[in-house]
Design a protein around this ligand. Structure first.
Ligand code: NAD
Length: 335
């Protein structure tokens, strides 16, 4: 099948080419993100292959359908950037990679917790400057602290397993409790209880209307003083302006983000020679107790291989008209 691959980075190409060896699809690579303007690049391709920041809104999907596209192959798990109703209306199938390495994201989340707590990022810079002072680097033992995990699916469960090893107490919130987490001693509670009882809150639920701005001014007011908040899920789970107020007031003691509400304008690109216009993001960078990574939690070689293998297998299933276990139901409402 002829596939237009959007948002291509060199590493995507490397892993997709390797995965495609036994499948023989014709992959046409494009660096730009897919949106209405760039949709013309899909040309005569029957499929588009896209990532988290490609914009598959109704006008783009309709344009793609007119050009003969019948498949959207997502190289990610989340599909909040796809207008599923429009895909359904246009008879376009949407396939995704539901799991590629929950370990990658979980381990990054724990890495953020450890780094932010023990200020390893600041210590690294200090030592290189010949500054061996410990002032400002005081951390706390994770052992005995309470961690609240919102969303205890594949990634949340692994975070729970790792943090259980550190001797933390675990609180959980999920619409469907996970028995494996309960076996670790996790206590499922309501969201307000999780907010009030946790020293560290880490987010692993999907972005949906129900979880949009889960962390907001009201929920922050329910939290312990000096709370640590970690988001490796989706940016819009946090109302960033409310988080900034919480940081300024000293209520939030630590904030670690791998995702950011307006990240589509920033992440995955080298903007180091430009003036960044996002004042909210720039304000975040001024806090000594904020640690940001640019949506890299997934970025391990294991994950990239799994993403490529599953994406190519999905395209082959579609071409062979086989039922694909990774189909996104397009008759549900857009999350
Ligand atoms: P998953 O589907 O295995 O788990 C999600 C959990 O959230 C499920 O247990 C589900 O019941 C729960 N949930 C659903 N609705 C909820 C609600 N309203 N309130 C609370 N919990 C709810 O997904 P996963 O593989 O663990 O991934 C979790 C999230 O991680 C994804 O949605 C994605 O946004 C994010 N993610 C980020 C990266 C990254 O690189 N930063 C990579 C992959 C995934």
């Amino acid at each position: 099948m002829k596939v237009a691959v959007f948002s291509t980075k060199s590493y995507d190409r490397t892993f997709l080419e390797a995965a495609n060896v036994d499948h023989g699809h014709e992959l046409v690579y494009f660096e730009p993100r897919l949106n209405l303007t760039t949709s013309i690049l899909a040309g005569e391709c029957q499929s588009v292959c896209v990532f988290v920041h490609d914009q598959l809104d109704a006008p783009t999907i309709k344009q793609l359908a007119k050009g003969g596209v019948r498949l959207i192959a997502l190289r990610c798990a989340g599909f909040n950037n796809v207008d599923l109703a429009a895909a359904n209306e246009c008879g376009i199938t949407v396939l995704r990679v539901p799991a590629y390495s929950p370990y990658a994201v979980a381990e990054h989340a724990v890495g953020l917790i450890l780094t932010l707590n023990r200020k390893i990022h600041r210590a690294y810079n200090r030592v290189r400057e010949g500054n061996f002072s410990l002032d400002g680097l005081l951390g706390f033992d994770l052992h005995g602290r309470t961690v609240g995990i919102a969303g205890t699916g594949k990634i949340g469960e692994i975070v729970a397993r790792i943090l259980h090893g550190f001797g933390t107490k675990l609180l959980g919130y999920d619409v469907t409790p996970n028995p494996e987490c309960e076996k670790l001693g996790m206590r499922y509670v309501s969201l307000p209880e999780l907010f009030a009882g946790s020293d560290i809150i880490t987010l692993h639920c999907p972005l949906m209307p129900e979880t949009y701005h889960l962390i907001n001014a009201e929920s922050i007011s329910q939290m312990k003083a000096d709370v640590m908040i970690v988001n490796t899920s989706r940016g819009a789970l946090i109302d960033t302006e409310a988080a900034i107020e919480g940081l300024k007031a000293g209520k939030i003691g630590y904030l670690a983000l791998d995702v950011y509400e307006q990240e589509a304008n920033l992440f995955f690109e080298d903007l180091s020679n430009l003036v960044i216009q996002d004042d909210v993001f720039q304000r975040l960078l001024t806090f000594p107790n904020v640690l940001i990574t640019g949506h890299q939690a997934f970025f391990t070689e294991n994950a990239l291989k799994n993403i490529a293998d599953t994406t190519i297998a999905n395209i082959t299933d579609f071409e062979a008209a086989r039922p694909c276990p990774n189909a996104v139901s397009t008759d549900r409402l857009r999350p």
